[in-house]
Every structure is written in structure tokens, then in C-alpha cells.
Design a protein around this ligand. Structure first.
Ligand SMILES: C[S@@+](CC[C@H](N)C(=O)[O-])C[C@H]1O[C@@H](n2cnc3c(N)ncnc32)[C@H](O)[C@@H]1O
Length: 515
């Protein structure tokens, strides 16, 4: 799906757009389809952004998109650097961010539309030209940029960055795109799709395998599969930047005063929604008393610390710690009760990031930051830890709101290797924890193959492991149990959802080792 291409003349390079086949002009137009998809966040393109003459934000977005497309770059890493290089701030930075992130999120949707307007398979078009077409399509269909500005500015960009021939081609294709509204394109292509998964995939711009996986995850967690569209829409909605005020180091109220108009969050007692001040400019973030951390990540760490255990509670292990967001929160919690954290990370540079993240940790709350394979710890140090966090490497399908390109990069073929590693890490954690101690198995993915199936496989046939009702533990740590988002399901596992909890879709299963 979304590669409805290659139907044209094929072969030689021809920069003229294909004549439209006229199949869909009168299809029943679905009113409000673009709004329904949650794409583009039109409000991000406020009137002040509608007719910009400056090319700089578009140039920045284009460079980021080319980098992501051709070098597998991460938009959330390259965009801030590119904005800084161009000295873009305020509305220009917001415009460039919406251009880049919105284009990436809705890429599959736009590719399906663009494929109707060109005479060759999209992958056969040079990457920078393909990227420019998507960028233009986003302005035309997902933002309130007037058509003439969207086309002329994008064409000017292509002329400057690539050349006159490609500029002509982009001009012709974008003019064709602009002949229909977003709702008309939606209705026309939707009319050709009878499979509900393919339809959702096109409408909400998610690969079909992810649509299927998210639906299966909703069902496996006792939720109504009818929530799927809401979930897909939430994935297309930019997530607020969340900060954590690390307990004992800074109060949320104080952090709030430095963040320029944010607000305290409703679930994690340590979360603050960032205001106008970029986190990198907040002193407490720079020195490690606070950090950028999704509320869901805070909640699973808080739940691990809150789970009741009998006896000693002195030594905690964070087995997959890099870059150290949860380590820093755990260390702050451990310091309050005289416990110490061992942070482990297999990649040396990520272990370095853990050290940076715990720079402000209370003396003694970090026993060590190690660089080692977590799979060896259970064998090397059996029964040594009272609490163990396995924040396992995963597909990250729970954080699609924050990583706009991730959905196009992940493949179902990633799963077998990842889930094998996840099993081994969990087995090691269950060996490393002492009898009576607790392991939290955490993923930033709700995929059943990375969550329930991993846990089921690892504990199958074992009578020395008890599953803890983590959902009830979580209820005990949230700031306002009366909040409508406090719906953590029947348990025992925690599964958070962007469309319910407004967090990343973090999963946590808690296991107690009985002997
Ligand atoms: C989901 S991330 C952890 C995020 C981290 N807990 C945080 O909150 O900042 C998973 C981490 O596991 C690390 N990792 C992968 N394989 C590992 C292994 N065999 N042993 C230890 N760490 C591993 C990855 O390098 C990555 O840094």
C-alpha cells in the first residue's frame, strides 16, 4: 500500500506529470477528513505562517528530510542542529519543525497521493526531489499555506538546491496535487480501498503491519479495537515536551517557574509540561536536576520503585540504562531511602550519556555506571539486586508521536532478533534479582511480540516467578487518582496509551522472584 506507483510510462526520465486518469473526481467527499486524521496540526500553521516569503525554514526542513531519507538520520537530532545553524527561533523554528515533522508523519499518505500524480514509481525519483514533493504536499494538504505560496516556495527551493529541471517537474506535480483538497484526495483514494487495515494505513499514514500490530495490542490489553483510529490519530499529534523534576533535586513548582508558562502534569507527581523556554536553556536541565522525559517513562520507573518488597531494599539495577533518563529518576528515588543504583549499558557512548544524566544525583545514590552486556549480569551476579529494571531495546512503536520517521524505518523483520534479545535480558534480570525482589520488564512498544509473548515465554514452566499487579501499583503513585486518565485497565501489566493517558505507549510487566 502507499506505493501505488509504476503504472505510468516507466523507463526514461520525464519530468512532466502524468495526465490524471479521472477516476475520482466525483467520489463522495469525506468532509473533515484531514482534521479527522489528526495530521498536520493545522493550528501549528497559524495565519502568521500562511504566506511566508522567507525560504529559510523550508530550506532547513528540506535539509533535515533529505538527511533522514538518505542517511537514516533521526529528525529529532538533526533538526535542532539545523535550526541553530540557521539561527531560526520562535515562529520560524515552529514553522520549520511542523514542515519537517508533519511531512515525515504523513509521508505514507502523501506518497499515495503523489503516486497518482507522477508517471513512475516514487522510489525511482531521486531522493531530494521525492522529499521536495512530500514537503510541498504537506504544505498544500496538511497546513494552511496558500497553494500559490506552497508551490512557488517549494519550486524555488528545488531550483536553488537541486536545479532547474527538477524544479519544473516539482512545479508540475504540485500543481496537480493542488487541484484537489485534502478531503477530496482522501475520499478518492479511500474509495479504492476495501480492506479496513489498508484504509486506516492510508488515512492515518501508518504502515499496514503497524496498524495490525496496534490493533492486536489494544485487544490483548482488553481495550476496544474501535479505539484504533483514536490511537493512530494520537500518533499523528505532536507530543508536548515533558520535563521531570528529579525528586530531592528540584521541585516541580520551581521547575515550572523556569520553563516559561508550562504546567504541572496530572499523572506523574514529578512531571512538568514544558513552556516556551527550550529545555536546553533551563539551568536545572543543563545541570541534571531535571530532564526531558515522557510522563509514561516516569510512571514505569515510579511503579518499579513503589512495588512492595519484603526485606532488604538497598541495591537496584538498571540493566539497559542508556541514555539514562530512568536511571536518573531511579537514583533520585533510591537516594530518599538509602538505596544505590547500578546502571548498566552495552554501548560505551550511551553509558557516557548515563553518566551525564546522573551528574546531579545525590552522592552515593549511584554505585556504578558500567559498560557491559546485560545478558551476562544474571550469571555473573546471581541474586544480587533488590529491584531490577529491564528497559529493553525494542521497536519503539509506542513513541511514534515523538519519532516521526520511526514508523517508516522499522520493519516486522526487526522483531525476531529483538524479541530474542528481550527474552535473554529478562532471563538475566530474573537471575540477577534476589528471591523476594522485583523485576520490571519495560518496553516503549505495545507490540504483543515484545511484551506479553516475551514474558509468557520466559516464565513458562517456572513456578518461582509471580506476576505482580503493576497496574494497581501504578494507581498508587499517580498524583491524582481521580483524574479521568487513571484508567490502567484490569492489569496485571501496565500498558499506557497516547490516546488515553497522553503518554508514550509504555508497557511494564512486574515479576517477583519467589525463591
Ligand atoms: C530503551 S533503551 C533504554 C532507555 C533508558 N532506560 C532511559 O530511560 O533512558 C534500551 C537500551 O538498551 C541498550 N542495550 C541493548 N542491548 C543491550 C544489552 N545486551 N545489554 C545492555 N544494554 C543493552 C541499548 O543500547 C539502549 O541504550
Amino acid at each position: 500500500m502507499n506505493q501505488r506507483s509504476g503504472q505510468g510510462r516507466g523507463g526514461g526520465r520525464d519530468d512532466r506529470p502524468r495526465a490524471r486518469d479521472g477516476r475520482r473526481d466525483s467520489a463522495g467527499h469525506q468532509r473533515g477528513a484531514a482534521r479527522m486524521r489528526g495530521d498536520g496540526r493545522r493550528s501549528a500553521a497559524a495565519p502568521s505562517m500562511r504566506d511566508r516569503s522567507s525560504d529559510e525554514p523550508r530550506a532547513a526542513a528540506f535539509d533535515v528530510l533529505v538527511d533522514v531519507e538518505t542517511n537514516d538520520a533521526y529528525a529529532n537530532l538533526v533538526l535542532p542542529a539545523r535550526l541553530a545553524r540557521a539561527d531560526l527561533g520562535g515562529r520560524d523554528a515552529a514553522f520549520a519543525t511542523e514542515l519537517a515533522y508533519g511531512t515525515l508523519r504523513m509521508q505514507g499518505h502523501y506518497d499515495a497521493i503523489l503516486s497518482e500524480c507522477v508517471d513512475r514509481a516514487l522510489p525511482d525519483i531521486d531522493a531530494p526531489v521525492r522529499v521536495a514533493l512530500r514537503l510541498g504536499a504537506h504544505q498544500l494538504l496538511g497546513m494552511r499555506v496558500p497553494a500559490h505560496a506552497a508551490v512557488s516556495q517549494t519550486v524555488g527551493l528545488v531550483r536553488h538546491k537541486i536545479g532547474a529541471g527538477p524544479a519544473q517537474f516539482v512545479n508540475a506535480v504540485l500543481r496537480k496535487v493542488s487541484t484537489k483538497t485534502a478531503d477530496q484526495w482522501q475520499a478518492g483514494i479511500a474509495a479504492q480501498l476495501s480492506d479496513p487495515v489498508e484504509l486506516a494505513s492510508f488515512t492515518y499514514s501508518h504502515p499496514a503491519w503497524i496498524v495490525r500490530a496496534l490493533k492486536a495490542a489494544l485487544v490483548a490489553n482488553g481495550r476496544d479495537p474501535g479505539e484504533l483510529e483514536e490511537l493512530l490519530r494520537a500518533d499523528n499529534t505532536p507530543a508536548p515536551v515533558m520535563l521531570v523534576a528529579r525528586p530531592g533535586l528540584i521541585d516541580p513548582a520551581e521547575l515550572l517557574t523556569h520553563s516559561g508558562g508550562g504546567r504541572v502534569a496530572r499523572l506523574s507527581p514529578f512531571a512538568v509540561e514544558a513552556g516556551a523556554v527550550p529545555p536546553r536553556h533551563i539551568a536545572a536541565v543543563k545541570d541534571g536536576r531535571a530532564g526531558v522525559q515522557d510522563e509514561g517513562s516516569q510512571l514505569v520507573a515510579l511503579a518499579l520503585a513503589a512495588a512492595p518488597i519484603d526485606g532488604r531494599d538497598k541495591r537496584w539495577l538498571d540493566m539497559c540504562a542508556g541514555p539514562g533518563g530512568k536511571t536518573a529518576l531511579l537514583a533520585a528515588l533510591a537516594a530518599r531511602r538509602g538505596a544505590r543504583v547500578v546502571a548498566n549499558e552495552v554501548q560505551p557512548h550511551r553509558a557516557g550519556l548515563v553518566r551525564k544524566n546522573v551528574a546531579a544525583a545525590a552522592p552515593g545514590s549511584i554505585e556504578a555506571v558500567r559498560t557491559a552486556d546485560g545478558r551476562d549480569i544474571g550469571g555473573d551476579e546471581p541474586g544480587s539486586f533488590d529491584r531490577v529494571l529491564v528497559d529493553a531495546p525494542c521497536t519503539g512503536l509506542g513513541a511514534l508521536r515523538r519519532r516521526p520517521e520511526a514508523r517508516w524505518r522499522k520493519q516486522p523483520s526487526d522483531l525476531p532478533e529483538l524479541s530474542a534479545l528481550q527474552r535473554e535480558l529478562l532471563e538475566s534480570a530474573l537471575a540477577a534479582v534476589r528471591p523476594g525482589g522485583i523485576v520490571a520488564y519495560v518496553t516503549c512498544s505495545p507490540h504483543v511480540a515484545e511484551t506479553k509473548l516475551v514474558v509468557d515465554d520466559v516464565i513458562r514452566g517456572r513456578d518461582d516467578i509471580e506476576i505482580v499487579d503493576a497496574a494497581r501499583v501504578l494507581e498508587s503513585v499517580v498524583v491524582d487518582p481521580g483524574d479521568s486518565r487513571v484508567d490502567f485497565g484490569a492489569g496485571p501489566a501496565i500498558q499506557l496509551w497516547p490516546h488515553i493517558h497522553h503518554t508514550d505507549a509504555m508497557h511494564a510487566t512486574m515479576l517477583r522472584r519467589l525463591r
